[in-house]
Design a protein around this ligand. Structure first.
Ligand code: FAQ
Length: 309
């Protein structure tokens, strides 16, 4: 059996590919692309909510938000580590992000002007992330699949904290309920875009599904998210801003309006409301951290020298 046959047989048997196994170059490249984008999303995704850490309305809310944002940094680290098993370097991936040569999720290019956005991000954005990521725990590439197990457990805590915050706000004053509704109106459409373009316009899905990297198409997961979210919105007493949203008894699913795919493409290409700000902030943090990386390498070199002596 040659390398390719062994790889094909492993995929056909729904088993895992591990870092030392032979893999086709295109499989490696697709994984690096997806895992790097995912890692960058976690790291850039710290910014919209991080914006509220200094202004959280109580010590309890601040502690919860700090923990969530720190978890996102941790997710970025697990994912960069998974990408490194494919032969790339984290430093190199960060440089590509800062140079605008690798993507991160469109959702993080929208602003967070209201504290209700913290709850709505937890509910809708983490909710969408969970829908998309639970199937990735069964991805054919071992290190990515294992990283996703831990990430999904933490994402479900994130989703709960968002929902709990929204429950508190919607049981509060009219002004608080209005804040929640206003935030839902802004985040609903970008949340639907998180799943990627419609299946007919998704160049990567078919091959990624054949390789057992993706387990469902973008449209299947988007539908699952809508069906999951509708009863949660009803329980909160908020309206999802889609006049076309209704239960379809024949399909046993909700019909809904597609988001504005031209807006999605513009955001992905760099013209979203916060793209420039997000990347500039990441670059500043990276530049300011240069001395830490230098000190860590000097320390590691010194220890290696001592061990060799
Ligand atoms: N934004 O052919 P497809 C989180 C690109 S959750 C930007 O369908 P694919 C947690 C796509 O890369 C968010 N670009 O691609 C959190 C491709 O371009 P390329 C991160 C997008 O890969 C919560 C092109 O469009 N989650 O961080 C987007 O088969 C709260 C054509 O698309 C993940 O990354 C988009 N929304 O499917 C953190 C999950 N959608 O690469 C903080 C893992 C598509 O050819 C706070 N990733 N594109 O140049 C995936 O599941 C997949 O990569 C998809 C895209 C589903 C995102």
């Amino acid at each position: 059996m040659d390398h390719q046959d062994r790889f094909d047989a492993t995929i056909a048997a729904d088993q895992r590919i591990e870092p030392r196994d032979w893999m086709p170059e295109a499989y490696r490249r697709t994984l690096i692309r997806q895992i790097a984008q995912h890692a960058h999303s976690e790291i850039i995704g710290m910014q919209p909510e991080g914006n509220w850490i200094t202004r959280a309305p109580s010590l309890r809310r601040k502690a919860i938000l700090l923990a969530k944002v720190q978890d996102e940094a941790g997710h970025g680290m697990y994912l960069y580590a998974a990408a490194e098993t494919l032969g790339v370097d984290r430093e190199e991936l960060t440089e590509l992000l800062i140079a605008g040569k690798q993507k991160y999720s469109s959702i993080f290019n929208y602003p967070t002007p209201s504290y209700a956005d913290v709850g709505v991000i937890g509910w809708l954005v983490d909710g969408a992330a969970i829908c998309n990521q639970v199937p990735l725990c069964r991805c054919s590439y071992g290190p990515y699949a294992r990283a996703m197990i831990r990430i999904c457990k933490e994402e479900s805590f994130h989703q709960r904290q968002g929902y709990e915050l929204l429950m508190a706000m919607t049981s509060g004053t009219d002004a608080q309920r209005a804040m929640v509704q206003e935030s839902v109106n802004r985040f609903w459409w970008p949340s639907l875009m998180m799943f990627g373009p419609p299946d007919d316009d998704s160049p990567n899905t078919a091959q990624s599904m054949a390789w057992n990297i993706k387990r469902h198409t973008n449209d299947e997961l988007r539908q699952r998210f809508v069906d999951m979210t509708v009863p949660q919105a009803a329980a909160l007493g908020v309206t999802l801003p889609d006049p076309g949203l209704r239960w379809n008894p024949e399909r046993g699913k909700h019909d809904f309006t597609q988001p504005d795919w031209d807006e999605f493409m513009a955001v992905v290409k760099g013209s979203g409301p916060c793209n420039a700000q997000r990347v500039a902030h990441r670059k500043r943090a990276h530049d300011e951290g240069a001395w830490v990386r230098e000190a860590a390498s000097a320390y590691a070199a010194k220890r290696a020298g001592r061990a060799a002596a």
